[in-house]
Design a protein around this ligand. Structure first.
Ligand code: P6P
Length: 315
C-alpha cells in the first residue's frame, strides 16, 4: 500500500497543522510539473520582458508559477499571506487575512536552466504569524529567524517530480507516481552521508570571493578529497548534496558582498532541511537559522552540508 502526504499528519501537532498547506504545495507542484513538460509547445519559455525585485530578468514561467503557487496557497484556507521572490511586497490572501500561517516561496528557482531543459525547483518555508489574527498580516510576520519556522521543503522538477519536506521530525521525499498521479513516499528518512559526495560551488567567481574563501576551499578539497558537481540550480545541487553527501556553498564576493541567495526563501528552508537531515547550515557569521531577517529579499552567503565538509571549510 503506497504512503501519501497524509503521513505528515502523523508527525505531531505541527504535522496536523502543516499537512493541508503542504498538500497545497503538492497541488501547485503537480500543475507546475505538467506546465514545464509542455512549455515548449505553449510559448511560455523565455523572458517575460520585465525584471523582478532582484533586478533579474523574469522568465515567463517565473510569473506563471508564482500565480499558480499563490492560488493553491489561497485555496488551502489556512494561509494569510505569501512572500515570494517574484513579488516585491508581501501578498495578502484577502479572504483569509486572519489565518495563522505565512508561506515564503521561490516559485521557480533556477529558471535560467529552463531553456536547456535543466532541473528547476520550488522552495518554500512556513511560519506562524507573530501579529494578532484580527490584524492584517505584515512583512514583519515573515521576518523570523529560521529556528522558528515550522516546516520547509522543496520540489525538484527533474526526470521525476519530487517533494522533499520536513515538519521538524526529519526529512522525507515524496515522488509523483505516474501510475496514480499522486505524490507517494519514495525517500523515507533522508540523512546526509557523513563522508563522501561532492563540493558544489560556482568556482568562476573564486578570484573575487571574500573572507579568504579561495584558500579555505583549497584546504577543504585537500582534506576531504571531494569531487565537484555544480548544476547552477539550488534545488538540484542541494538535493544531490542531501542524498550523496558533501557541501553546497554560495560565498560572498566583491560584486555580491552578501552573496546571491535569499535568506527567507532559499537559505532558511534549505538550512532547515539540511539540519533536519543531520548536516550543518552556516553563513558568514554563524548558523543560518539564527540570522535575524531584516527584509523580505535580503541575501546571505551559505555553506550547507555534512559536518565534516562544513567544518573543514570554515574552521
Ligand atoms: P550562479 C538560480 O538563479 C540561483 O538563484 C540558484 O538556484 C543557484 O544556486 C544560483 O542562483 C546559481 O547562481 O551565479 O552560479 O549562476
Amino acid at each position: 500500500m503506497s504512503i501519501t502526504l497524509n503521513r505528515i499528519a502523523e508527525q505531531g501537532t505541527n504535522g496536523v497543522a502543516m499537512m493541508p498547506i503542504i498538500q497545497g504545495v503538492a497541488r501547485a507542484a503537480a500543475t507546475i510539473s505538467a506546465l514545464l513538460r509542455s512549455a515548449v509547445f505553449k510559448d511560455v519559455l523565455g523572458e517575460a520582458g520585465a525584471e523582478n525585485v532582484q533586478g533579474e530578468q523574469q522568465q515567463k514561467l517565473d510569473v506563471l508559477t508564482d500565480e499558480i503557487f499563490f492560488q493553491e496557497m489561497r485555496a488551502t484556507g489556512f494561509v494569510c499571506a505569501v512572500g515570494s521572490e517574484e513579488q516585491e511586497q508581501l501578498q495578502v490572501v484577502e479572504e483569509y487575512a486572519h489565518a495563522d500561517w505565512l508561506v515564503l516561496v521561490d516559485p521557480l528557482d533556477g529558471s535560467s536552466n529552463l531553456d536547456i531543459d535543466g532541473p528547476v525547483g520550488t522552495i518554500f518555508s512556513i511560519v506562524k504569524r507573530t501579529s494578532p489574527n484580527l490584524q492584517r498580516p505584515q512583512e514583519m510576520d515573515c521576518l523570523q529567524p529560521g529556528k522558528q519556522i515550522v516546516a520547509a521543503g522543496y520540489v525538484l522538477y527533474g526526470p521525476a517530480t519530487m517533494l522533499v519536506c520536513s515538519v521538524g521530525n526529519g526529512v522525507e521525499g515524496y515522488s509523483i507516481n505516474p501510475g496514480t498521479s499522486r505524490f507517494e513516499l519514495s525517500h523515507p528518512d533522508i540523512r546526509i552521508p557523513a563522508q563522501g559526495g561532492y563540493y558544489s560551488v560556482n568556482e568562476a567567481y573564486s578570484s573575487s570571493w571574500l573572507g579568504g574563501m579561495g584558500s579555505r576551499l583549497g584546504r577543504m578539497k585537500r582534506e576531504t578529497g571531494l569531487g565537484m558537481r555544480y548544476v547552477g540550480s539550488m534545488v538540484a545541487d542541494m538535493h544531490r548534496t542531501l542524498l550523496k553527501g558533501g557541501i553546497f556553498l554560495y560565498p560572498a564576493d566583491e560584486n555580491k558582498p552578501n552573496g546571491k541567495l535569499r535568506l527567507l526563501y532559499e537559505a532558511i528552508p534549505m538550512g532547515f532541511l539540511m539540519e533536519q537531515a543531520g548536516g550543518q547550515a552556516m553563513s558568514a557569521d554563524g548558523r543560518v537559522l539564527e540570522v535575524m531577517p531584516q527584509g523580505l529579499h535580503q541575501r546571505i552567503p551559505v555553506f550547507l552540508g555534512a559536518t565534516a565538509a562544513v567544518s573543514s571549510l570554515l574552521a
